[in-house]
Design a protein around this ligand. Structure first.
Ligand code: GAR
Length: 203
């Protein structure tokens, strides 16, 4: 069984769904560790409550990314835990060279919009304000550009006239919890190939 790590900065509902699906056998991976840049992340508590290793790693002085020496420490910790696949789940920092090089093609992220529409932050509000009639979520590979790597899977949800950012976020989150497990299962199974930007299932 492949080892995964979840990196999360906050609430941890995607982590919680991943753990639930590992515990009920839907997700066939071993959760080697949960790492956060935020000491107070609920994600760390969730991991501990379920008996998984929860690690806070100093993110250093920058707000939205990790200086190389700090990112190297993330690499070292992930390697020590023999992690095969890094799953970002609300990890609010841009991933740079040290991690991208050490885990080439082995970092994935979940994003609460239908990429390539609405990359970045606060995207449920942006989707609502733009007036799209459908939004959703995307699991994608992480590369040097933000929210721009090859798409593994997506789910769409309708945007309703009476939606607020909170209501839309909740509708999307429900799909996030479902598709992240599907995407992780696919990647750890190795039953895919990449053609250009396309991630194609193989059997
Ligand atoms: C999720 O909606 C996730 O898609 C989003 O943060 C939330 C984390 O929630 N990620 C991003 O916006 C990354 N650009 P969670 O901590 O409850 O899983």
């Amino acid at each position: 069984m492949k080892n995964i790590a979840v990196l999360a900065s906050g609430r941890g509902s995607n982590l919680e769904a991943i753990i639930k699906n590992i515990e009920n056998g839907t997700l066939q991976a071993n959760l080697a560790c949960v790492i956060s840049d935020n000491k107070d992340a609920r994600a760390l508590q969730i991991a501990r409550d379920h008996g998984f290793k929860a690690i806070w790693l100093d993110p250093g002085p920058k707000k939205t990314w990790l200086l190389p020496e700090f990112e190297e420490n993330y690499v070292k910790t992930l390697q020590e835990h023999k992690v095969d696949l890094i799953c970002l789940a609300g990890f609010m920092r841009i991933i740079k060279k040290p991690l991208l090089e050490a885990f080439k093609g082995r970092i994935i992220n979940i994003h609460p919009a239908l990429l390539p529409s609405f990359p970045g932050l606060d995207v449920q509000r942006k989707a609502l304000e733009y007036g799209v009639k459908f939004s959703g979520c995307t699991v994608h590979f992480v590369n040097e550009d933000v929210d721009a790597g090859a798409i593994i899977t997506q789910a769409a949800v309708p945007v309703l006239d009476e939606d607020t950012p909170e209501i839309l976020s909740a509708r999307i989150l429900k799909e996030e919890h479902r598709i992240y497990t599907e995407a992780i299962n696919l990647i750890v199974s190795g039953k895919y190939r990449i053609a250009g930007r396309r991630v194609i299932k193989t059997s």
